[in-house]
Design a protein around this ligand. Structure first.
Ligand code: TRH
Length: 395
């Protein structure tokens, strides 16, 4: 898709409320950095929970109302919203509700901002038809557009930094860089024939059975678990009631049979990418880590964000079907059964065995999948859409 560079916005406000976890702020922060650093746009990121933000950005100060981090102006979005001039491009992340005073100010601008609701990611077919749909404001002369990330050319694509794949390739071709990474997170050197797995997930009923299958399996497995919600279950598997107790005793590695588990600190987004690049298989969750695992070009197992009405299983199925195109029947089934079992539908031990047996094909497929996706760049699509809306208004 061609870009109309000189009609890109000069300023952008991104609004983010943290529902729970790190996905909302993770995506917003990634997009903010990309617009600021790759497209020279003055970006203000408004976030209601600076503590969550500070987990993703080490230079952030969780008590500062205003600060500049990596070229982005980060503002605390508190109850009393200040009177500010709206930006040319306004992005509300995941349908968070903009401050009323800000919307009024948007409506009062001579040149109305382009207003987008950046939606959640889904591989479901209906997204193709919903992407870019307008939603006129009931009272003010403003139109909000739905902007859907996605996997097909009819969606807004995925967030991908300009140099990410080149950095990934350089890292994956460089054993010294990989060894330096493992050392930096306190991990031992790789042994020939061992399998490195990262495990980022929600609480999950299948954890104990999977760990048991790994412990009893023929392949030595080193599993890296970033600190987070699944850790108490992992600790319980090793017979420890509380993870906190373990940390105070300075223990962060467990071994049973052929399985070694190492707890990793929650690292910055860039370093999390390196973990994904360095592992052979990645267990990821939610939205953003799932996309990053895809860019890693490695097989991945997705723990989808659970929704009360169970609709998440349709989303899971939709990505499994799309992702699996081009796989042999056996590998397709192995991948799908593994995803299903990890999300509570099926026997995880046998699913893992079948999955591991297909690893060579799944490896190749993961690289080919990246080739299919990389030209559909969300930030570029979003800026092109901004230009198109601007041109339509000019007539
Ligand atoms: O944290 P999540 O579970 O977020 C979820 C989902 O986005 C979900 O769709 C949304 O509805 C819900 O929140 C409210 O998973 P996700 O999306 O993978 O976000 C995790 C972020 O944390 C991602 O940007 C990667 C980052 N991360 C690090 O920076 N360092 C780490 O060590 C780890 C493990 C993750």
């Amino acid at each position: 898709m061609t870009s109309v560079i000189n009609s890109y916005p000069k300023t952008c406000d991104i609004f983010c409320t943290v529902v729970d976890n790190y996905g909302d702020i993770g995506v917003s922060w990634r997009l903010a950095r990309q617009l600021a650093n790759e497209h020279d746009i003055r970006v203000r990121l408004w976030v209601d929970d600076l503590r969550s933000f500070a987990k993703l950005c080490s230079e952030a100060n969780a008590v500062l109302d205003e600060q500049c981090c990596r070229g982005v102006e980060v503002r605390h979005w508190g109850k009393a919203f200040p009177a500010v001039k709206p930006a040319g491009l306004v992005i509300e992340a995941f349908a968070c509700k903009l401050p009323e005073s800000y919307v009024e100010a948007m409506g009062a601008q001579a040149h109305k901002p382009v207003w987008l609701n950046l939606e959640y990611l889904s591989a479901e077919e209906w997204v193709d038809g919903a992407h870019r749909l307008p939603s006129p404001h009931q009272r003010l002369p403003l139109v909000k557009y739905f902007f859907f990330p996605g996997f097909t050319g009819k969606t807004g694509g995925l967030l991908l930094e300009r140099d990410l794949l080149a950095r990934r390739d350089a890292f994956q071709a460089d054993p010294v860089a990989q060894q330096a990474f493992w050392e930096s997170v306190g991990m031992p050197e790789r042994m020939k024939g061992d399998l490195r797995v990262s495990l980022f997930s929600y609480e999950n009923k299948a954890v104990a059975d999977l760990l048991e299958a790994w412990a009893q399996g023929a392949t030595p497995i080193v599993c890296c678990v970033p600190e987070g919600r699944v850790l108490p279950q992992v600790a319980a598997f090793f017979g420890e009631a509380s993870f906190d107790k373990l940390r105070t005793n300075g223990v962060d590695t467990w071994q049973r049979g052929n399985l070694r588990v190492q707890v990793l600190p929650f690292v910055e987004q860039e370093r999390y990418d390196e973990l994904l690049w360095a592992c052979d298989v990645n267990f990821v969750r939610g939205e953003d880590s799932c996309v990053r695992a895809q860019w890693a070009g490695k097989p991945f197992v997705w723990h989808i964000y659970p929704q009360h009405d169970g609709v998440h299983m349709q989303k899971l199925q939709a990505l499994s079907t799309l992702y699996g195109k081009g796989l042999s029947e056996k590998a397709y089934q192995a991948n799908e059964n593994m995803w299903l079992a990890w999300n509570g539908d099926g026997d995880i031990a046998s699913a893992w065995q079948a999955y591991a047996a297909q690893r060579i094909e799944l490896d190749h497929h993961a690289r080919a999948w990246v080739d299919q996706l990389e030209d559909n760049n969300l930030a570029l699509n979003l800026l092109d859409f901004f230009s198109q809306v601007g041109r339509i208004r000019a007539f």
